[in-house]
Write a protein that binds this ligand. Sequence first.
Ligand SMILES: NC(=O)c1ccc[n+]([C@@H]2O[C@H](COP(=O)([O-])OP(=O)(O)OC[C@H]3O[C@@H](n4cnc5c(N)ncnc54)[C@H](OP(=O)(O)O)[C@@H]3O)[C@@H](O)[C@H]2O)c1
Length: 238
Amino acid sequence: MGTDHVRKICVIGASGKLGQYMVRHALERGYEVVGVCRERSVPKLAALEGRITVVPGPTNDPEVIRRAVAGCDGVLTVLVPWGVRQYASGTAQAVLDHARPGARLVFSCGWHITRDGKDRYSRKFTLGVRVATFLGKLVRAVEIDDQVEACRRVFASDTRWTVVRGSSLEEGESQGLPVWSRHVGDPVLASDLTRRVDFALFMVEALTDDALVQEAPAIVGRRTPSALAHAGDTRDPA
Ligand SMILES: NC(=O)c1ccc[n+]([C@@H]2O[C@H](COP(=O)([O-])OP(=O)(O)OC[C@H]3O[C@@H](n4cnc5c(N)ncnc54)[C@H](OP(=O)(O)O)[C@@H]3O)[C@@H](O)[C@H]2O)c1
């Protein structure tokens, strides 16, 4: 399938901050949007009533995902490490199993995910991830290892996937499409900050960007000092 033929997409995790921004970008592009979120979170999508189809349910339920992705040309999945029941890997697996062959599959995660082990992290970053992993397990609320497993499965699949690795995030108006690089540690990424609305923009733009198929771009805001200083490294200079 050519990716200019994106018409209908599914946003999995539509009720969260990232999810809602993705829905809005997708609607702006004229896509038909199906959103999946937990039953209790459906009211968070009230402002979009009538503009999207909502399929309520746990995102790791294969039956929910099968219904939601039917007929979709693209699937945008928010991979969150919440819970202690393989929520992220269950979600990724359901998407890999049920999206139609040839569909564009775009997943979100953070810089801590590495595809080829060639990312170079600061000591502070590595320590932060270790502490979050440990504390998350301790309070039985966060399962970072499972987000790692989710991405391992995506990387191993022969689908048309992209795993977008987000830096630290902040709110604020759009600064345009973030810039990306293959490895954390590359100078262009040093500022480690992206507006959430632009993370969402990158996910939606990835649907029609074939250069991102089977890539795991690490992103950073295009107006951050490191992006500006290394503008020559960006694909799409302002
Ligand atoms: N926050 C950061 O600084 C940061 C940094 C790098 C990367 N990322 C990545 O960015 C993406 C989204 O980040 P975000 O901060 O913007 O979050 P977000 O969009 O607000 O997403 C939170 C998501 O988690 C779901 N959720 C919350 N508690 C849950 C639970 N107990 N069980 C199941 N699902 C639960 C929410 O669903 P409900 O609406 O149903 O609650 C929502 O879909 C993720 O892929 C994350 O790995 C975040």
